[in-house]
Design a protein around this ligand. Sequence first.
Ligand code: KIV
Length: 261
Amino acid sequence: MAKKVTAPAIRAMKGSGQQVVSLTAYDYTSGLLADQSGVEIVLVGDSLGTVIQGQTSTVPVTLSEVVYHVRAARRGVERALFVADMPFGSYGSSVSQAVDSAVQLVRNGAEAVKLEGTYTEEVKAIVRTGVPVMGHIGMTPQSIHAIGGHRVQGRGDAASRLIDQAKALEDAGVFSIVLELTTSETSERVTKAVGVPTIGIGAGPHCDGQIQVFHDLLGLYPVQFKHSKRYANGRTVFLRALRRYANDVREGKFPEKEQSF
Ligand code: KIV
């Protein structure tokens, strides 16, 4: 096995000139594919709410649902740092709720957790417990009702607010920070302002790394977003194969001798 990626190793990539390549995964098969592609970080994202469950947002996702997917994806991921998302409602009530949720994710296989917003006391307490934490600022999908939609963040005066948030998270002890849907200019400023890697999604080319959703990258999700690029046309490939299968069965061409006993 290639050298195991750890949270301190990700932290140390800042300024190395090497990008932190990250991808989501939700089960054994996607975890295995993501890991074998050689990315540094595999995240069980609460985006499972949309791409796996077909919900319109990540808000309904529960901690036990993330745990289920962590256990499944874990079996496919050996080399990459394996991070789990803390879903909505699993850290907002108190510091002890946040620590308990993080501990549950780690007991089920996560090597680090990610949470949205500037919950600095929660981050400090989780880090003190021995669990590396990834921050997530900019467009934070769990706050979709408060934000009012998937809006690009960090324009104008909001840029300095994002920089302050990133610095506060760094001070609290995060090993990296996801920047979601922020202007390229603001991401560049945030990236220069902090000593931990920034990992962008819809945040332009100036971050220290990038993260994408598995289904978006492979063209499996029916909607295409401006922030993602399809590296395969998965839906077309899969639908063609599935229709061939259906036709073959209907026409008596499957199974053949080779598939029979
Ligand atoms: O849930 C998720 O997949 C994420 C990434 C897109 C950053 O939070």
